[in-house]
Design a protein. Structure first.
Length: 408
C-alpha cells in the first residue's frame, strides 16, 4: 500500500465530511461543552436534592398520633420531619399525600411500661427515592426511641446499658482517592466517551461509503489509480479521525469539569454539602496518567468503532439506509454502560477484558475509579487491536465485491 494514496483518500473524505458544519458542531463541539455541564450539574442537582430532603422539615403521616409518646415525636422532629394525623396511612402514601407514614397503635405507652412488645408499621413507596429517604427518618426515630426504652429498663434492673454493646464497629475507608472521589456517577464518563466516539465516527463513515454511492462518486474513485486496500484504509483513517476528535473533546470536557469542580465550586461549600456532592461524583480526581490511559483507550475504541461502521455502512445503498443500519450499534454501548452501574454486584474478572468494545468501557471505568491494572490494560488493548485488524480485513474483502459496492 502507498501512504500517499491512502492520505489522498482520507483527505477527500475528511473534506467531504467537514462541509456539513452542523454535524461538526453537534457531534464534535458539543461533547466539550456538555460533559462539564453534566459533571457540574448532576452532582450539584442530585447532591442538592439529597441535602434538601435531609434538612427540610417534611410533613409525614401518622395514624394514632394521639397515642405517640412525646419522646418519639421529639425524635421524629430531630430528623427534620413532623407528624400529621391521617386516617389511612397506606392510602396517604400510595396517593402521594405524604412521602411516608407511620401507624402508632393505641396503648403504646402502657404496653411498653408493662414490658409487652409493640409493633409500629412504617409505610413507604419502594423505589421512590423521596419516600425511602423519609421512611428512613421515621425508622431512625423509632430506633432511637427503642434504644431509650432499652436503656431505661436496664437501668431500672441495675444493669449498665453498655452490656448490650460488647463490640463496637468503626468504619474505615479503604478506597483510593480516585475511588472516593469518582462517586456514583463515574459510569457516565466512559459511556459519554464511547457514545460520542460512535456519533462522531458515523457521520464520516456513512458519508464515505453510502454517501458516495448515493452521489455517484464511488465509481469515479474506483477507476482512479488507487488500490482497493488503500481506499478502505483511507476511509477508515478519516472515520477514526472524527470519532477520535469527538472522544478527545469528551475527555477534555471531563478534565475541565473536574478542574472547575475541585478548584472553583467545592471550596465555596460547607463540609456537609461538599460531602454530599462528592458522593454523587463531584470531586473527581484527574491525573496525567488517567488522561493518558483514557486517550489511548479512546484511540483504540475509535478505531474499532470506525472499522465496524465502515464494514456495516458499505452494504447500504443510500445515506438514509446506512443510518438505519448504524442506529442499532448504539445498543452495544448503552447496554454495557447500564451494567457498569452494577459492576460491584456483578463482579468483574479478567474475562470481560477480552470482549471488544465492552472491555474499553470497563477499562475506562477502571481508570476513572483509579482501579486500572496492568493486566486489564494489556488484555484490553491487545484484544481491541486484534478485533480492529479482523474487521478491516472483513471490510476490505467486501469492498472487492461488486455486489456490495453497486447494490441497486
Amino acid at each position: 500500500m502507498r501512504p500517499r494514496m491512502i492520505g489522498r483518500v482520507a483527505s477527500k473524505d475528511i473534506l467531504s465530511t467537514l462541509r456539513d458544519t452542523r454535524a461538526i458542531v453537534s457531534n464534535l463541539l458539543i461533547p466539550l461543552i456538555l460533559l462539564p455541564v453534566i459533571m457540574l450539574g448532576l452532582p450539584f442537582l442530585l447532591g442538592g436534592l439529597f441535602m434538601r430532603e435531609a434538612t427540610t422539615v417534611t410533613p409525614l403521616g401518622a395514624l394514632g398520633l394521639e397515642h405517640a409518646p412525646p419522646e418519639l415525636i421529639a425524635l421524629v422532629e430531630a430528623q427534620a420531619a413532623t407528624l400529621e394525623s391521617v386516617a389511612d396511612p397506606e392510602a396517604a402514601v400510595r396517593e402521594d399525600l405524604y412521602p411516608a407514614a407511620i401507624s402508632i397503635p393505641e396503648g403504646l405507652t402502657e404496653a411498653l411500661a408493662a414490658g409487652e412488645p409493640v409493633t409500629l408499621a412504617v409505610y413507604r413507596k419502594t423505589g421512590n427515592m423521596r419516600s425511602e429517604l423519609n421512611a428512613g427518618k421515621l425508622e431512625s426515630a423509632v430506633a432511637g426511641y427503642r434504644q431509650q426504652i432499652v436503656s431505661e429498663r436496664l437501668e431500672r434492673a441495675g444493669i449498665d446499658p453498655e452490656v448490650l454493646e460488647p463490640l463496637r464497629v468503626v468504619a474505615r475507608d479503604a478506597s483510593t482517592e480516585a475511588e472516593r472521589t469518582s462517586g456514583q456517577l463515574s459510569w457516565l464518563i466512559p459511556f459519554f466517551i464511547a457514545i460520542w466516539t460512535l456519533t462522531g465516527g458515523q457521520m464520516a463513515a456513512i458519508d464515505a461509503t453510502a454517501g458516495e454511492k448515493e452521489r455517484g462518486t464511488l465509481e469515479v474513485l474506483l477507476v482512479a489509480p488507487v488500490r482497493r486496500a488503500e481506499v478502505v484504509v483511507g476511509k477508515f483513517l478519516a472515520t477514526v479521525l472524527f470519532g477520535l476528535w469527538a472522544a478527545v473533546m469528551a475527555i477534555l470536557g471531563f478534565v475541565l469539569g473536574g478542574f472547575i469542580l475541585r478548584r472553583l465550586f467545592l471550596p465555596t461549600l460547607d463540609a456537609a454539602a461538599a460531602e454530599m456532592i462528592g458522593v454523587m461524583g463531584g470531586q473527581l480526581a484527574v491525573t496525567p496518567l488517567m488522561v493518558l490511559l483514557l486517550v489511548v483507550s479512546a484511540v483504540l475504541l475509535s478505531a474499532l468503532i470506525s472499522a465496524v461502521l465502515i464494514g456495516v455502512a458499505m452494504f447500504a445503498r443510500s445515506f438514509k439506509e446506512a443510518q438505519t443500519y448504524v442506529a442499532p450499534l448504539s445498543f452495544l454501548l448503552i447496554l454495557p454502560a447500564i451494567g457498569l452501574q452494577f459492576r460491584d454486584l456483578l463482579g468483574v474478572d479478567d474475562a470481560l477484558y477480552w470482549i471488544p468494545m465492552l472491555n474499553a468501557m470497563v477499562l475506562m471505568d477502571d481508570v476513572v475509579r483509579g482501579a486500572a491494572t496492568g493486566t486489564g490494560v494489556l488484555i484490553t488493548w491487545a484484544s481491541l487491536s486484534v478485533a480492529i485488524v479482523a474487521l478491516l480485513i472483513f471490510a476490505y474483502r467486501n469492498f472487492r465485491r461488486e455486489s456490495v459496492l453497486f447494490r441497486t
